[in-house]
Every structure is written in C-alpha cells, then in structure tokens.
Write a protein that binds this ligand. Sequence first.
Ligand code: AMP
Ligand code: MN
Ligand code: MN
Ligand code: MN
Length: 282
Amino acid sequence: MIDLHSHSNISDGLLSPAELVAHAAAHGVRVLALTDHDDVDGLAEASLAAKLHGIQLVNGVEISVTWKKRTLHIVGLNIDPENEALKNGLHAVKQSRFERAKLMALGLEKAGIHGSFEAASFNAGKSILTRMHFARFLVERQFAKDTKSVFKKYLVKGKPGFVDHQWMNLESAVRMIVNSGGEAVLAHPGRYDIRRTNMLLLLEEFRALGGTAIEVVTGSHTPPQFVEYAKYAQLFGLKASQGSDYHGKGISFMEMGRLPALPGNCVPVWRDWPQMSEMFMN
Ligand code: AMP
Ligand code: MN
Ligand code: MN
Ligand code: MN
C-alpha cells in the first residue's frame, strides 16, 4: 500500500510519470513516492495523475553520491521540487552525467562498440543519461542477452564501459534534501559492498549530517536483510522506509504492490507525516 521508491522514464524507468502512477494504483498502492535518479522533472505530471487515481504522491528523488570511493544512493522524500538549491544541484549532476556518458562511449569504442553515445542519448530522450540507457542499446545490438548480463560484461567496474565517476558528496546531498524540506533516506544499504565497520561509520556520519531513515524493506533486499537493516535502524535511532524500486516490466526487482511489511521493531519513516493521517482517516 505504501511504496516510497520508484522510477519513471524521467530517469531510467520505462513508464512515463503518469503511466507509473496509474500502474501503482492498479496494483493497490495508495501512497507512492516517485524517486527518479538525480531529477525531479517528473513530479508535476505524477502529482496530477495521482489526483486522478486517488492516490497520494510523495515528492521524491534518488541522489547519486560518492562516499569513500563508493557510489551510494540517497533518497529524498517530501522534498520541494521548486527549491532553487536542489534544482541547481541536480542540474549540475545532469551535466556531469553527460560528460560521463561520453567517457563511457569512449571506453566502449575501444572495445569495438561504436555509436553508443548517440544511441544512449536517443534512448534517454529528455531523461538523464544513465547506464541503463547504454544497457538497452547493447541489448538491442545483441552484445548480451539481457540487461543483467550487459551490466556484468560492459558496465561495471573493470569493464570497458565503466567510468569511475565522482558524484555529489554525502553532505551536500543530505543538506540539499533537508534544506528543501525533505527527509534523507539511505537507499538499499544491503546493495553496497560495505562491511560492518564501514556500515557503522556510514550510518553514524549519515545521521550526524541530518539523515533520518534507511530503507529496510526494498525490492533489492533479501528477507534476512530486512531483519539485518531493521537492527541497524534501531541501533542508530533511524526510521525505516520501504519501496519497490520499480523501474518497469522486466527490469525491476519486484512488481508494485507486493512489499512485505516492515519488521515490528521499525519506526516507519511516514509515522509523523501529516498527509498520512489524512490519507488513512478517510
Ligand atoms: P547510473 O546511475 O547511470 O550508474 O545507472 C545505474 C542504474 O542502472 C541503476 O539505477 C539501476 O537501475 C541500473 N543497474 C545498476 N547496476 C545494475 C545491474 N548490475 N544490473 C541491472 N541494472 C543495474
Ligand atoms: Mn535505476
Ligand atoms: Mn538505487
Ligand atoms: Mn532506485
């Protein structure tokens, strides 16, 4: 019923913001956050569609961050998409994605794959340029059988299309989210290659910077990870979030409307949101 992480074709999802909202409504979701990568341009359309379908839209974003040479994702919930600092910050990321894509194409060129920048740009249209747009091109050209194997062969560390990109730092991302009135949530902590000691450091730093929640139940966590991250949340006094991370048919971790409940020891991130009491009172 509550899904606080999803993507439209404003980033690397397949559905337009309005189609995504309709899809969510059809699958029983009543509160949906649209959290496109580094872009808030889909929120206006999603908000209109949400009114039409009688569901509550939470304004969101998923910001790419570099922390200790790793890429992390920070979800912002209830952000103000009109906030100037946020808009400027995200605009800079969009530009840097463009530069990164050119370097990715150069790497692929050396591996004998031509025209990937043009094709990925075409796939992206007005959207931000992501590795997913390169992946679709590589699958179309049959360099691999599906997105998953394309990433493995071409788009991850050590592979021809990978570029070690410098994203925003953690402090700036959390500050931008919080200053625009939102809450910063550490996305899918179980997906990072981080051992316990560094996870403790990360959560300590994230909380000190003003982060308030972590994703406990997400499409990319296993059930044992639900339990593990519920414990981390409890240890740090952080709230817990849940979201499918839906991207579209065939490229998602799970279908919408299928999220299991948060473990009992969690404080839901939405506990004090005024719009939630309105939603569930009528
Ligand atoms: P980017 O932000 O441009 O690096 O693109 C990353 C996006 O590609 C992520 O948000 C995922 O949707 C997708 N992605 C990353 N790694 C993989 C993978 N191993 N298999 C499939 N999709 C992936
Ligand atoms: Mn994605
Ligand atoms: Mn993510
Ligand atoms: Mn995501």
